[in-house]
Design a protein around this ligand. Structure first.
Ligand code: AMP
Length: 200
């Protein structure tokens, strides 16, 4: 099972990915997490991404495509994966198509979490508060200024991916505003319908 979870920042892609990891036993490939790890480790990619991420912008396509290409070649991603936060631009989606075609593999599903954008700011503030309460470091981009830029990047650069995958008959949309358990069940149903015809 190879799938993409689409949706704006704060839509719950990370949480839902974790559920899918448990249910289907495939790894979650989050470009945001990979980039945050690169920033923390001070690698060349991290140095390039640090400021862009802190202000809420998008890291250049070639950088992100490079890290995803390396990651999907790893052993644990052979049987499938969930892409969380990638692709974020049409150029990334095209690069992904190309990478997968080169490996002779295909995507099985693209699931979009549809959310009310007004509710997202509250979710992000909540996420920052919860992280703080757990004693974790709050993400540098979980603040209202960076969040507005992230949402703007989503509208301009990532939202067109819905049409990209709809035109390829791959897009499935689910209500991301429903309670977390309902969203999980709805995604599970979509994926279970695919599983019958897919080797996971
Ligand atoms: P996320 O954890 O998915 O919200 O990503 C956090 C930040 O990492 C984003 O705001 C971007 O700065 C960067 N990022 C993550 N994925 C991508 C991507 N596919 N393309 C460009 N930038 C990305």
């Amino acid at each position: 099972m190879r799938l993409i979870l689409l949706g704006p920042p704060g839509a719950g892609k990370g949480t839902q990915s974790e559920r899918i990891v448990e249910r289907f036993g495939i790894p979650q490939l989050s470009t945001g997490e990979m980039l945050r790890a690169a920033v923390a480790a001070g690698t060349p990619v991290g140095l390039q991404a640090k400021e862009i991420m802190a202000r809420g912008g998008l890291v250049p396509d070639e950088v992100v495509v490079g890290i995803v290409g390396d990651r999907i070649a790893e052993e644990d991603a052979r049987g499938g994966f969930i892409l969380d936060g990638f692709p974020r631009t049409v150029a990334q989606a095209e690069a992904l198509d190309h990478m997968l075609a080169q490996r002779g593999i295909k995507l099985d599903a693209v699931v979009e979490l549809k959310v009310d954008e007004d509710a997202l700011l509250a979710r992000i503030a909540n996420r920052a508060r919860e992280a703080q309460a757990r004693g974790e470091t709050v993400r540098k981009d979980d603040n209202p200024e960076a969040f507005k830029i992230r949402l703007d990047a989503y509208r301009k650069q990532t939202a067109p991916l819905s049409d990209y995958y709809r035109a390829r008959n791959m897009l499935q949309v689910t209500d991301g505003m429903a309670p977390m358990e309902e969203v999980s069940s709805s995604i599970s149903e979509i994926l279970s319908a695919k599983v019958a015809s897919v080797a996971i």
